[in-house]
Design a binder for this molecule. Structure first.
Ligand code: UD1
Length: 336
């Protein structure tokens, strides 16, 4: 697994190990900490193997695959993911996110690994005309270089799996992943001021930030704030377990498949803020400010395909997800 010490990766290691899979993490720790491995071991009782290198290094990537000849499948999470930063540093984003995928695919071919699960994003849909979005909703031009690397990488996998019929690819298009493991031992640890809503909320609740700024309440939604499909990170992690199983058991219906991974329910920013206050009992100061550039108005998933084909469904209630995010933040900050 690449990016296994990151937010979604670490939760997926836990679910895979608990389902009986053996995991090797590759991560260069550019946006995560090695302590995550101790936390994973604490939760599962199993220490995952760990290799620290940069997957955009072609020779190192191939050497890793040739050395680890017992690897049966790859889940590729490792990527740069800050939308705003990708606008100011496009070459870094293309070089890192695209090259690492190219190196992984080439190495899979040369070492005989045939299954790949890829982290994609609902960002590939842009602002869809019809909601909810299904997998046949057309993709729209990306709003940012980050979003474009997701679209490009999906296409690269599709074309490669077409050219190499022995290789199977499956992309999961995540909606908005939030929350933390119920143990509060792993969670999301953004560096610096968080860009994403839930880390900003929990840091505000912990007293690190004065108040939450809500970016616009003049959207065409019931309360005027934007709507997203917030998916619990443990539910999301479990989608990877069923995806890997599908590929390893040869249950896939095409060499390249893609699925929406969300809850199917849209929540506005205000609804999420109110759910946080209700489930944690913590008052959250907030103010309404102007819209954030590049934000879309509303999106949520039709998850029928994942429900029916993968036999996967999001089950964690939003209150529990937000409580887990809060427990994690308190643990990180040593709060009671
Ligand atoms: C963003 C990315 C998306 C990426 C995802 C990763 C953009 C345009 N999209 O999604 O491509 O896959 O992160 O998780 O950046 N909000 C506030 N105040 C805040 C922070 C956020 O009001 O301080 C609002 C935003 O306006 C938005 C919602 O909260 O309506 C969710 O924002 P965020 O968590 O940043 O996710 P997205 O922008 O949906």
């Amino acid at each position: 697994m690449t990016g296994g010490t990151g937010f979604i990766g670490s939760h997926t290691v836990v679910e895979l190990q608990q389902a009986g899979y053996q995991v090797v993490i590759v991560d260069d720790l550019s946006n995560s900490k090695v302590d995550v491995i101790d936390a994973i071991e604490k939760i599962t009782g199993i220490r995952p193997e760990f290799a620290n290198f940069d997957l955009s290094d072609r020779a190192k990537t191939l050497a890793f695959f040739l050395k680890n000849s017992d690897v049966k499948a790859v889940i590729h999470f490792a990527a740069f993911k800050a939308v705003g930063e990708s606008v100011t540093k496009p070459l870094e984003y293309y070089r890192n996110n695209v090259n690492s995928l190219l190196n992984i695919l080439e190495s899979m071919k040369l070492s005989g690994v045939s299954s790949l699960v890829f982290s994609s994003s609902c960002t590939v849909y842009g602002q869809p005309k019809q909601l909810p979005v299904t997998e046949s909703t057309p993709r729209l031009p990306a709003e940012s270089p980050y979003g474009n690397t997701k679209a490009i990488n999906e296409d690269i996998i599709r074309d490669f799996c077409h050219a190499e019929p022995s290789i199977k690819g499956l992309a999961l298009r995540y909606f908005n992943p939030i929350g933390a493991h119920p143990s509060a031992l792993i969670g999301e640890s953004p560096v610096g001021v968080p860009n994403n809503l839930v880390p900003y909320i929990t840091q505000t609740a912990a007293g690190l930030r004065k108040e939450l700024s809500i970016f616009g309440n003049d959207y065409n939604t019931p309360d005027g704030t934007p709507i997203r499909d917030y998916i619990d990170v443990v539910d999301l992690a479990k989608a990877h377990v069923v995806a890997i199983k599908r590929l390893l058991e040869g249950k896939n219906k095409a060499n390249y498949e893609f699925f929406n991974i969300g809850t199917g329910r849209g929540l506005s920013v205000l609804e999420l803020v109110n759910a946080f206050m209700k489930s944690t009992g913590v008052n959250l100061p907030y103010k309404i400010v102007g819209r954030r550039a590049g934000d879309i108005e509303k999106i949520w998933a039709d998850t029928s395909l994942a429900n029916n084909e993968l036999g996967w469904k999001a089950v964690v209630p939003i209150e529990e997800t937000l409580l887990n995010a809060w427990k994690w933040e308190k643990n990180v900050r040593n709060l009671k």
